[in-house]
Design a protein around this ligand. Structure first.
Ligand code: NAD
Ligand code: DAU
Length: 333
């Protein structure tokens, strides 16, 4: 199979590329990535000879057609992925998630690709107080990030329905592991703990997230790509639900720091209280999560401890300015 993987220089896309090349060394991978602040070529280090890398945006029709020509399938990871940045300014989110998805879908149809997979998120269902979202739950997004992701998903369904495009959607819960940009809760807190910087906890810290190990999500996407039924949605909920404050305490313990580093800060506007996502339909395709949160967190902390070469340029670059804007204080160092 020759796959076009968009957004593959990011956290989950790069893990997916590694997973596919490990499992099926004969597959060919073409990458299309705009290399935003979150897109890191080094995420694909060691694979340079095994992939064809195109720097370009999914909203750029010519770049898309060039990269997609001759591909059997498309897996779209390309996104602006951080909720707080979407609250600060949503235009880039709309361009990538709505216009970009449209351009990809049109090209997939015109070039006759056999399968299109849209990577999406549990956030399109909104917050749930009790119980668990299934694929039949209504879409009720609350942030500009999730609203534009939901719009992208609806465009995928519309293309499947109207033009008969063979498309599937795969929605994951909060994903964590190596190579995640440190704006997200877990890597942010790991790097702050290692630097003895305060760990910012929004509001009361009692919000609940459903955690999924990144390699488990990558394998699920690959299973849905190959086995999922045309036009269907597949949810991939992680095996563990935790309150944020317990995640933060776990990070402090794994980093050998005490709880005096916890700092409660202003809450995120419109903060979703709880996410909980099913995985039964994806399990029925033969997928299972392999890594539970306790083990995954240990592995994540170990990876960040051992890979300063990866995060040091990030922590001393654009991220410093972002951090000051978002948290009103400078990072240590
Ligand atoms: P990320 O921010 O780490 O990576 C996004 C990648 O997309 C980067 O390489 C970036 O350069 C690229 N990109 C952004 N805009 C682009 C554009 N217009 N054209 C081409 N490339 C572009 O994101 P991630 O955490 O790896 O998320 C990947 C996908 O998974 C997203 O669609 C996201 O909504 C979804 N998702 C993420 C999580 C999570 O917890 N991180 C959970 C569920 C679903
Ligand atoms: O649920 C899937 C989604 O998970 C993905 O679609 C998104 O791309 C991904 O960013 C993630 O969204 P969240 O908003 O849940 O992740 P984040 O890491 O930003 O925050 C996790 C929780 O921690 C959330 O309740 C907000 C809180 N938080 C976050 C940060 C960055 C804090 O308390 N302090 C922080 O500094």
């Amino acid at each position: 199979m020759k796959l076009l993987v968009t957004g593959a220089a990011g956290f989950i896309g790069s893990t997916f590329v590694r997973t596919v090349l490990d499992d099926r060394p004969g597959d060919e991978i073409v990458v299309l990535d705009k290399l935003t602040y979150a897109g890191r070529r080094e995420n694909l280090a060691g694979l340079e000879d095994r992939i064809e890398f195109h720097v370009g945006a999914i909203e750029d029709r010519a770049a898309v057609r060039d990269a997609m020509a001759g591909c059997d399938a498309v897996v779209n990871f390309a996104a602006e992925s951080h909720v707080d940045r979407s609250i600060a300014g949503e235009e880039g989110f709309a361009v990538t998630h709505v216009i970009g998805t449209t351009i990809l879908l049109e090209a997939a149809r015109e070039l006759g690709v056999d399968r299109y997979l849209q990577v999406s998120t549990d956030e399109v269902y909104g917050s749930i107080e009790d119980g668990t979202f299934t694929e039949a739950s209504p879409l009720d997004p609350s942030s500009p990030y999730s609203a534009t992701k939901a719009a992208g998903d609806l465009l995928v369904s519309a293309h499947a329905h109207t033009y008969g495009l063979d498309a599937v959607i795969c929605r994951g819960s909060n994903t964590y592991g190596p190579r995640q940009y440190p704006e997200k809760l877990i890597p942010l807190c790991v790097l702050n703990a290692l630097a003895d910087d305060p760990l910012p906890v929004y509001g009361d810290g009692r919000q609940v997230r459903n955690w999924l190990w990144v390699e488990d999500f990558a394998r699920a996407i690959d299973v849905v790509l190959r086995e999922g039924a045309r036009g269907e949605v597949y949810n991939v909920g992680g095996p563990d639900e935790l309150e944020n404050i317990d995640v933060v305490r776990g990070i402090l313990a794994a980093c050998g720091r005490d709880e005096s580093l916890i700092e409660y800060v202003r809450d995120r506007p419109g903060h979703d209280r709880r996410y909980s996502l099913s995985a039964d339909k994806t399990r029925a395709l033969g997928w299972e999560a392999r890594v539970r949160f306790e083990e995954g967190l240990e592995r994540t902390v170990a990876w960040y401890r051992q890979n300063e070469w990866w995060w040091e340029p990030i922590r001393s670059g654009e991220y410093r300015e972002y951090y000051e804007r978002q948290y009103g204080r400078a990072l240590a160092g």
